[in-house]
Each structure stands twice: as structure tokens, then as C-alpha cells.
Design a protein around this ligand. Structure first.
Ligand SMILES: Cc1cc2nc3c(=O)[nH]c(=O)nc-3n(C[C@H](O)[C@H](O)[C@H](O)COP(=O)(O)OP(=O)(O)OC[C@H]3O[C@@H](n4cnc5c(N)ncnc54)[C@H](O)[C@@H]3O)c2cc1C
Length: 381
């Protein structure tokens, strides 16, 4: 007989576990019989999440105790030590996040974890979950965080090759991080480096590309090496690698704010369109969404989709168009953004929390011609 649950989560990663933790904080987790289906043990540091925070967001409020390093200053070519106040840039290692949430969830005997990979979800009044192992379960409500299938022919990816390094030189300035440092060769899209010194002798260096061709380690390695040498770092060993990609697309976003009250299949995480299309950042949006879902469950209200801003989706669309343009002006646009504006304004804009005045200031100082081209392209689509 198929075992039935009130709620099933497909995937126990960032969105699945944060949803359970948000339900715990909202005091509703004990109300349900819950099944988590996840093929991996989730004991390793399979990724490092970074985001900026002014401490008002659910990501900070739920997970500040798992933050392993924060930076108050950013380096850019025009501003070598810019204070990011009221923001700081913070890092959570996924290993700490998984352990923290699982520890709390251990208090709930009605949550069952199974090492299973779901291959099919069959719709009906109760959803049927069929796993690769042929095990079957059913649930009244399903949250699905499997990676989405993407069919957008113009898909842009944020791809990256990152090394966590340790150097015997003991010299890193741990006060200042480097977000989007464009002092790297440009090829096949927009390329930049992150440098996040986590201690005087350890740091994460990550070479990143926004483009349709995916970065590989072979082409990234010499660029990372040259970058580290330019920072004065001559010797290092690699402790961890982070090589992956994130889709930068609006095709997963919905125009609706809520699911119908009767909906029993709810995508979450990247699958629900939580990635900000123009930056690839998703963690904060995912935490927001989890918090709002947990609140809605508590109040027995319709479940929300990830927060949307039609205005900012349109800005993202204009930027994504520019990646497709021959001789793309995207590098010039990003450099100008960092040169002409205080970083807190940029971060608020990327958080979709900027005022119309701030949006105007940002637009006013952009090179206009490419945006007219982009508006035209959008109109013709
Ligand atoms: C390496 C990496 C670094 C990132 N860094 C940042 C960052 O610094 N800042 C930021 O804002 N965003 C970042 N992101 C983007 C985003 O925040 C993460 O991808 C985040 O983990 C997405 O959460 P999720 O729940 O959608 O997916 P995941 O966290 O990947 O969770 C999905 C889970 O589903 C499981 N699963 C897959 N298939 C099945 C199946 N068939 N059945 C059952 N379970 C299945 C997977 O094993 C996984 O555990 C990063 C992404 C990656 C890949």
C-alpha cells in the first residue's frame, strides 16, 4: 500500500530545508506528517552561498547563526575600499546550513527522510510520487525543488569555477571583498572574478561568466592563477572546488503572485523562478519565499509564488537582451554601474527594493543607445 503524507518535499536542499525551518519558526511544522525525498546525504559542502544583507531579510533572520564570514567593504577599480553600509556581504557554507537545519528538524518525529530520487509526479486529488527505486508515495501537498527543465533557446548561464585556497603567506586583508572584479580577460559574455578572503591565509576565488557558453576548469585555471598572482599571492593549495552553473532566465517566472487556494503542487527554489535573472543570485529570494509560504500555511491562506516585481523583471529582460547583442555593451554597463553609484544603491536596485528616484538615477547614467536597441528587441519578440 502506498504510504500517504500531508506534505512531501522533493529535494532537501536550500529551498526544501529552509521551508521546513521556516515552518518550525512559524510553529506549524509539528502539525503535518512530512516526507523529504532527497537522493544525496547532504553532509558535504556542495556549495557556498553568498549574499548581501541589511539584516532585514528572512535569510539573515533565519540563518545568521550559520554565517561563517562577513565583509563590510568592497573593492572596485574606482573605489578600492568602499563601505557597503547598511549592507554587508556574507557567506554561508552549505555544510553548516544543512547540519543546522537537520539538527532542529530532529525534534520532529513526524518528519521522515528517504534517500530517493523522484522520477515522476502524477497529478490527482492526492499527488503520487514515483521514485527511481520504484518506491511510491502519495501526499496531499507537494513542494518540488528538482532542477527545472529549461527550453529557452536564448538561455544565458552564470557559470563559475571557484577554488577555496590556502596560502602559506598569511597576508590576506580580510576586511575587503571583491565582488564582480572585471580585471580579467573578456570572452563569450561578461567575465569577472569574486575574491572572498575568509581568513589571513584562506579565501574563495571564483571566476564567473554570464553567457551562453559554460566555463570549464581548463580555461579558467590560468585566469584564476594570473588573478591571484596580481593580488600578490604566489603560493597556494586548493582546499575545495566549486564548479557549476545557474540559469539566468525569466522563463520560470510567473505573472501571478499566488497559487490558487486548491493548488497541491508547488515549485520552490530555482524551479519556481527564484533566481534573479540578471545576476544569478537566488539564496535570499528562496529564503523570502520559504518564509512567506510558512506564514501562509499558518494562516491557511493561498500559497505565494516567489516575490515578483514587474518593473524589475522588465529591467532584467532589457539586460538579458543585451547579452545577445553583437559586440555586447554589457561590460561597459556593469563598469559604469559600479563607477557612478554608491554600492548600497546598486545592491538595493539588484534587490528590487530601489525607489523610482534611485531607478531614475541609475538609468540616467547608463549608456542609453543599447537600451533603446534592447527595448526595440523586446517589442519585436
Ligand atoms: C555551486 C552553487 C553556488 C551557488 N551560490 C550562490 C550564492 O552564492 N548566492 C546565491 O544567491 N545563489 C547561489 N546559488 C544559486 C542558488 O541559491 C542555489 O542553487 C540553491 O541551492 C538553490 O536552491 P534549490 O533548493 O532550488 O536547489 P538545491 O539547493 O540544489 O536543492 C535541490 C535538491 O533537490 C535534489 N534533487 C534533484 N533531483 C531530485 C529528484 N529527482 N528527486 C529528489 N530530489 C532531487 C538535489 O539533490 C538537491 O539537494 C548557487 C548555486 C550553485 C549551484
Amino acid at each position: 500500500m502506498t504510504k500517504h503524507y500531508d506534505i512531501a518535499l522533493i529535494g532537501g536542499g536550500a529551498s526544501g530545508l529552509s521551508l521546513l525551518y521556516a515552518m518550525h519558526l512559524q510553529g506549524v511544522l509539528g502539525d503535518y506528517r512530512i516526507l523529504v525525498l532527497e537522493p544525496e546525504a547532504k553532509n558535504d559542502n556542495d556549495r557556498t552561498w553568498c549574499f548581501w544583507t541589511d539584516k532585514s531579510d528572512p535569510a539573515w533572520q533565519m540563518f545568521s547563526s550559520t554565517i561563517s564570514k562577513s565583509w563590510k567593504h568592497n573593492f572596485s577599480a574606482s573605489k578600492p575600499k568602499e563601505n557597503m553600509a547598511p549592507y554587508q556581504y556574507v557567506q554561508i557554507r552549505s555544510k553548516d546550513f544543512y547540519a543546522f537545519v537537520k539538527d532542529v528538524l530532529g525534534e520532529y518525529p513526524k518528519i521522515e527522510y528517504r534517500t530517493e530520487k523522484v522520477k515522476q509526479v502524477k497529478q490527482g486529488p492526492n499527488l503520487q510520487l514515483i521514485c527511481d527505486s520504484e518506491s511510491q508515495f502519495s501526499a496531499s501537498l507537494v513542494f518540488d525543488s528538482r532542477p527545472p527543465r529549461l527550453e529557452d533557446p536564448e538561455l544565458i548561464w552564470q557559470s563559475f569555477v571557484g577554488y577555496r585556497i590556502k596560502s602559506p603567506q598569511n597576508q590576506f586583508d580580510t576586511e575587503v571583498c571583491r565582488l564582480m572584479d572585471f580585471a580579467v580577460p573578456q570572452k563569450n559574455g561578461l567575465q569577472f572574478m569574486y575574491w572572498l578572503p575568509t581568513s589571513v591565509d584562506e579565501g574563495l576565488v571564483e571566476f564567473t561568466r554570464f553567457g551562453d557558453e559554460i566555463l570549464n576548469e581548463k580555461e579558467s585555471k590560468p585566469i584564476i592563477e594570473n588573478y591571484l598572482k596580481a593580488l600578490g599571492i604566489e603560493e597556494w593549495e586548493i582546499l575545495e572546488k566549486e564548479i557549476n552553473k545557474i540559469p539566468m532566465t525569466l522563463s520560470l517566472n510567473s505573472k501571478f503572485s499566488y497559487h490558487p487556494k486548491s493548488a497541491n503542487y508547488i515549485p520552490i527554489g530555482v524551479r519556481a523562478g527564484a533566481v534573479k535573472a540578471s545576476t544569478g543570485f537566488a539564496f535570499k529570494n528562496i529564503m523570502d519565499h520559504s518564509w512567506e509560504i510558512a506564514k501562509a500555511l499558518k494562516r491557511n491562506e493561498a500559497l505565494p509564488l516567489p516575490r515578483q516585481s514587474a518593473k524589475h523583471n522588465y529591467y532584467d529582460e532589457l539586460l538579458l537582451n543585451l547579452f545577445q547583442k553583437r559586440d555586447s555593451p554589457i561590460l561597459k554597463i556593469f563598469i559604469r554601474l559600479f563607477e557612478k553609484h554608491p554600492i548600497d544603491r546598486i545592491l538595493r536596485f539588484l534587490d528590487e527594493k530601489s525607489s523610482f528616484r534611485e531607478d531614475f538615477l541609475i538609468m540616467y547614467k547608463m549608456p542609453w543607445k543599447p537600451f533603446f536597441w534592447s527595448i526595440g528587441r523586446s517589442l519585436l519578440k
